[in-house]
Design a protein around this ligand. Structure first.
Ligand code: BGC
Length: 507
């Protein structure tokens, strides 16, 4: 009896031990297979985002081909290649005080720029930056422009110099960074909104006229003398500082490029748009599309959920408005397929909860324990205690998404250089070998937070430029950051196109 009891207890203990062991091993096997799934998601992302130089060259070619098509006819390409009617750029001789209003992202800026008449003189300027209240970004035309005009009036009253001899009407350059079909250098209608703006009664309306009406209504004596895209402002400042500047690129909340094109290459103009030899073309490259672009399911979902589906495809892979959200979508998918991020977080399901600056901060976290990643996860996504191994995974996701964006932007830039024969080959027709081509110093002015404030992004972009162009050509292409170019450029162009003084530099 006693022996049976001892035997029974021993068997019981052994069985219990086996059960515990099975559960532990089972859990380990399960968690290992879950981790495998996580790694699988990551590997799939890496493979679909891959941008070997061969693929980048295809993007370069596609960009150059689409540029031709967009210049040939209205609607000839997704690349709108918009005429700007800017056929002279500031040359440094401009004098006087001019205002600028820069609207195009989450903030708008008002500037007052004093031009001394000599390029060498530093531009004196005052700036005021204000966030645009969210409700105005999706409200009415009148609401937005009345708000801007009253901020402008306040700024003018604050900065006006009573001693300055300015009996004439004040002049303003208006930077409106959305696709606009220009009818002259000082007028143009909004084609569509981008970057989260959506004010229905503004589409198809003249942006300069809308601002002028609001300015007149508020009793400010000021004339909107030019209406420009932010890329054009950046080009104007770039050219003012360095006459070898032929193009400008913005990689910020949105992305776009403009460049100087020969009039005879602008077929859709039929020689009627300008008497000068060239004109600045606003490419609106954010809307560029090519089957060579490496697209993931995250991009497809982001596009479908956006207010402008099927539009701005290139922008949605590159710019600051979207990169953080692509990363959020990858993390969400992983959290749905595994428990590595702990219990489900509702914040993680919220579109645009993870902003690109936060993503960049995680990517650039150089601490051993990746404490910044942990902090952002806690503060922004309310996800706590993620192990180091998972934090490393997050950094890797940021890296994949950013690297693709930077490399595609580089391919876009080389596409422009190819179109204008500055990439060391001889345009899309090909023909001459690289050795035959005379290399000219080519400067591209560049602006936008992704480029200026996100070091890893900038390094990836430069690396890709060298890869695509080759070590011999790349040193001739200089990317030059301009500061406040989109705003100061508007003031410079207001001066070039001033009704009082027209000592400008025909292109
Ligand atoms: C707009 C462009 C602008 C770019 C950069 C894009 O969303 O369509 O006009 O230049 O953002 O601000």
């Amino acid at each position: 009896m006693g022996g049976k009891l001892v035997f029974g207890v021993t068997v019981g203990v052994a069985v219990a031990a086996c059960v515990v062991a099975t559960v532990v091993v089972g859990r380990r096997v399960k968690s290992r297979s879950k981790w495998k799934r996580v790694v699988g998601v990551l590997e799939e992302l890496e493979a679909t985002c891959d941008t070997p130089v061969r693929r980048l060259r295809q993007v370069v070619d596609a960009m150059a081909v689409e540029m031709h098509a967009g210049l040939a006819s209205e609607g000839g390409s997704k690349l709108k290649m918009l005429l700007t009617y800017v056929d002279n750029l500031p040359n440094g001789s401009e004098k006087g005080t001019f205002y600028a209003l820069d609207l195009g992202g989450t903030n708008f800026r008002v500037l007052r720029v004093h031009l001394g008449g000599q390029r060498s003189l530093t531009l004196k300027h005052d700036v005021e930056r204000q966030p645009i209240p969210q409700n105005l970004m999706t409200g009415t035309r009148e609401g937005l422009f009345d708000f801007i005009a009253s901020s402008l009036k306040e700024f003018v009253e604050k900065t006006d110099d009573p001693d300055e001899l300015a009996p004439r009407r004040k002049e303003l350059g208006f930077t409106f960074s959305f696709p606009v079909k220009q009818t002259s250098a000082s007028s143009g209608v909004l084609i569509k909104w981008t970057k989260g703006f959506s004010i229905e009664d503004m589409v198809g309306r003249d942006a300069a006229e809308s601002l002028q009406q609001a300015i007149d209504k508020i009793g400010l004596d000021m004339r909107v003398s030019v209406l420009i895209n932010d890329t054009v402002g950046t080009l104007a400042v770039g050219h003012y500082q360095d006459p070898d500047t032929v193009a400008a690129v913005i990689i910020g909340t949105g992305t776009n490029a403009c460049y100087v094109e020969r009039t005879d290459a602008i077929i859709k103009c039929q020689g009627l748009c300008t008497t000068s030899g060239s004109m600045v073309i606003n490419m609106e490259w954010g809307n560029f599309w090519s089957s060579h672009l490496p697209r993931t399911t995250y991009d497809i979902d982001l596009d479908a959920d956006s207010p402008n589906p099927s539009d701005q495809g290139f922008e949605k892979m590159i710019s600051g408005m979207y990169l953080g959200d692509i990363v959020r979508r990858v993390i969400l998918r992983i959290s749905q397929e595994s428990d590595v991020f702990g219990p489900a977080s509702t914040r993680l399901s919220m579109p645009f909860k993870l902003r690109t600056p936060m993503m960049a901060a995680m990517h650039e976290d150089s601490s051993l324990e990746l404490t910044e990643v942990a902090r952002i996860f806690e503060d922004i996504l309310e996800i706590t205690d993620i192990p180091l191994k998972v934090r490393k995974l997050v950094v890797k996701i940021c890296d994949i998404v950013t690297r693709r964006a930077a490399r595609l932007a580089a391919a876009g830039i080389v596409g422009i250089l190819k179109k204008i024969g500055r990439d060391g080959t001889s345009g899309i027709a090909g023909g001459r070998s690289r050795a035959d081509v005379k290399l000219r110093r080519t400067v591209v002015a560049i602006e936008g937070g992704l480029y200026t404030s996100y070091t890893i992004f900038r390094e990836y972009l430069h690396e890709a430029l060298v890869e695509i162009l080759g070590e011999d050509i790349a040193p001739h292409v200089i990317l030059k950051p301009t500061e406040d170019g989109s705003g100061i450029g508007a003031a410079l162009l207001a001066a070039s196109y001033s009704s009082y003084d027209t000592d400008a530099n025909l292109l």
